[in-house]
Design a protein around this ligand. Structure first.
Ligand code: HEC
Ligand code: HEC
Ligand code: HEC
Ligand code: HEC
Ligand code: HEC
Ligand code: HEC
Ligand code: HEC
Ligand code: HEC
Length: 424
């Protein structure tokens, strides 16, 4: 009886094994696949096998940067009402290079794609088969319309100026891109070889795609730095994004970052802290964190798997982020005055601008003191985002700071103020 049952099971196993063998995909000639040039396949292809990563990417802003306004009407976050728009533009008439009633305002039907949604939104329209950024911008926080290159908007092709940072697989020669938004292959590289290989060939599979977690820290951070950066392409004149760069390559060959020293007073302060947005990489490179190997992905998730949803995709919300590593901070000096633990209030002041000034945080992680502003009035400080009433009297704030920033003396003696020496 026992032997019979065993034989039955054996037959069943053999049967199901053969079924399995028949149902596996046809044998794929790896050499033939890899003889073709690598190409983009699009995130819908990745989704077939990496559903969890796909879904968690969909939850992030990366997937929403550039949206097809024809496919999804909700992508446009505000009614496109010409009257309202012109009324807002008229309020700026002194700054305008084209009178507010002459500025081109697109009709809703003309809008093909939206750019952004968090701080501001701009709109892509087509002219002579080229995509251009129409000269109006909606600032989400203040609900107002402002002008954007109203005098030369149709001389600035979007693909050349911005395309590579907002879409995936931008191709200047063909005047196309593969997919709107920052999709899988913007960070993992072209996926055609990887997607074509059979599921079982795990080893080959891994070798055909970039996993940033397996790169050295510097090379991995450059993937983020290929977009969270400002400057110009070295391989293509007039382009603002690193034309020719691919994840895993050395970014320096394809991109030259901007700096105050190079004359970019519009986007960088005299101390080389960022004034413009999408410059996190420039800031971070100057920080102690960069030197110690604390990178973008030490603090930010790009796949929200096993993490709570937080503002700006940090693994813990706001200043809680800092406590993941800085369990203890020196309670002398700077930290002795404030009873709260708003680390980022001081160490990541909102001194850069996307839509309205002060919406973007510094990533140098250094506190700017009143004396920094006293030395150079064009440099902001961390303090005045809260100490607004001290607007006119920075001297006083600095001297109160010095007085209060005392180092406690050993027990038994009264605490006396000592001269606070600030070195950088
Ligand atoms: C046919 C199924 C399939 C498709 C399509 C596919 N993958 Fe994979 N992927 C796998 C398998 C299997 C592995 C190897 C097992 C593992 O590491 O989990 C893998 C591994 C990976 C890894 C880890 C590599 C490593 O070295 O650790 C990344 C990253 C990745 N895939 C990204 C992508 C991206 C991006 C796309 C779309 C361009 C994609 N995959 C399309 C099946 C697929
Ligand atoms: C903004 C950059 C970025 C985008 C966009 C992105 N990834 Fe990732 N992905 C990463 C990084 C960085 C890692 C390394 C792990 C980590 O830090 O989260 C990773 C890890 C992975 C892994 C796990 C590899 C492992 O260690 O096993 C897979 C699979 C993967 N990504 C697939 C995808 C797919 C599929 C998409 C699109 C739906 C996508 N990624 C979009 C940056 C990105
Ligand atoms: C291809 C360009 C590109 C790459 C590569 C890229 N990003 Fe981004 N990232 C963007 C753009 C564009 C946005 C703005 C998205 C929006 O507002 O819709 C953004 C937004 C973000 C945000 C802000 C999200 C929010 O809620 O405010 C974080 C954090 C971020 N990226 C981190 C990273 C990290 C970490 C990497 C590297 C692993 C990376 N990015 C790689 C282009 C890129
Ligand atoms: C070097 C890469 C890069 C280039 C070039 C670039 N951007 Fe961006 N842009 C980003 C990143 C990264 C972000 C998000 C991070 C931030 O704003 O600090 C962003 C944010 C934005 C936002 C706000 C998104 C939101 O959700 O509020 C808009 C709008 C925008 N860019 C439009 C443009 C336009 C138009 C151009 C071309 C004239 C351009 N950008 C060029 C990388 C770039
Ligand atoms: C030590 C941790 C840490 C590192 C390293 C770090 N960030 Fe951030 N980042 C933060 C915190 C904290 C915020 C603000 C979160 C909040 O407002 O709650 C932030 C905000 C952002 C934002 C949203 C814009 C803003 O100012 O609110 C972007 C985009 C971003 N980081 C990108 C990057 C990129 C790209 C890198 C690497 C070059 C990087 N970050 C490195 C902690 C970090
Ligand atoms: C992943 C771990 C990690 C996280 C998260 C982190 N740090 Fe750090 N931080 C470090 C390391 C490592 C160093 C360098 C060693 C040191 O000086 O302690 C450092 C250094 C610093 C320094 C410079 C110290 C000096 O001597 O100049 C400051 C300031 C700082 N961190 C602030 C922050 C703030 C603010 C946050 C939250 C936004 C934060 N850190 C989040 C690991 C981290
Ligand atoms: C009132 C402003 C302020 C606040 C709030 C603040 N810091 Fe600081 N912190 C400073 C100043 C000023 C320094 C001196 C060095 C510098 O400029 O970065 C400093 C130094 C540091 C250092 C390096 C030396 C040390 O003392 O250990 C670390 C690490 C640090 N802060 C982390 C944090 C963390 C984590 C928090 C939140 C719990 C925090 N800071 C809150 C202003 C502040
Ligand atoms: C996030 C908001 C915030 C930031 C950033 C901030 N402060 Fe304060 N500060 C406060 C608050 C609130 C108090 C009231 C007391 C408390 O919390 O302990 C205070 C108290 C003080 C005091 C003692 C009382 C006074 O007004 O004389 C001084 C001095 C001071 N701050 C200086 C600074 C300096 C210098 C900086 C920049 C390095 C700074 N603060 C950054 C909010 C802030």
């Amino acid at each position: 009886m026992k032997a019979k049952a065993f034989a039955k099971i054996l037959i069943l196993i053999i049967f199901s094994l053969s079924l399995w063998a028949c149902s596996t995909e046809p044998v794929i000639d790896i050499a033939a696949v890899t003889a073709q040039p690598k190409d983009f396949v699009g995130s819908d292809t990745c989704k077939m096998c990496h559903l969890e990563h796909y879904d968690s990417w969909k939850m992030t802003m990366h997937s929403r940067m550039l949206q097809d306004a024809k496919a999804n009407e909700d992508a446009i976050i505000v009614p496109i009402n010409e009257e309202t728009i012109r009324a807002d533009l008229a309020k700026l008439s002194e700054k305008l290079k084209v009178p507010s009633d002459k500025i081109y305002v697109p009709q809703k039907e003309e809008i093909l794609y939206t750019i952004g949604s968090q701080w501001k939104q701009r709109y892509l329209v087509k002219k002579d088969d080229m995509l251009y950024i129409s000269p109006i911008q909606y600032n989400a926080d203040t609900h107002r319309w402002v002008n954007y290159h109203e005098q030369d908007w149709d001389k600035r092709p979007w693909l050349l100026k911005c395309g590579g940072c907002h879409a995936t697989g931008a191709d200047l020669e063909k005047n196309t891109f593969k997919e709107p938004g920052v999709a899988c292959e913007a960070c993992h590289g072209k996926g055609s070889w990887h997607s074509a290989l059979p599921k079982t060939a795990v080893f080959e599979k891994r070798n055909t795609i970039i996993n940033p977690a397996k790169l050295t820290m510097g090379v991995a951070a450059q993937i983020c730095g290929s977009c969270h950066n400002r400057g110009h392409a070295t391989m293509k004149k007039g382009s603002g994004w690193p034309v020719g760069y691919e994840p895993g390559k050395a970014l320096e060959a394809y991109y030259k970052s901007t700096s105050f020293e190079a004359g970019d007073v519009k986007h960088v302060y005299a101390n080389e802290f960022s004034k413009g947005h999408h410059q996190q990489f420039i800031d971070w490179q100057q920080s102690k964190h960069a030197k110690e190997g604390v990178t973008c992905t030490s603090c930010h998730y790009v796949h929200q798997i096993g993490m709570p949803q937080t503002r700006s995709q940090t693994s813990k919300s706001g200043s809680m982020q800092c406590f993941q590593c800085h369990l203890q901070v020196n309670t002398n000096l700077a930290h002795s005055i404030h009873s709260f633990a708003n680390c980022i209030g001081c160490h990541m002041p909102r001194i850069a601008k996307s839509a309205e000034s002060g919406d973007i945080r510094s990533h140098v992680f250094v506190t700017l003191l009143p004396e920094d502003t006293l030395k150079n009035p064009k440099i902001p400080n961390s303090c005045q985002t809260c100490h607004k009433h001290k607007n006119d009297d920075l001297e006083e704030l600095q001297s109160n700071w010095k007085k209060l920033a005392i180092i406690p003396k050993p027990v038994g003696k009264p605490i006396e103020p000592v001269e606070y020496k600030y070195t950088r």
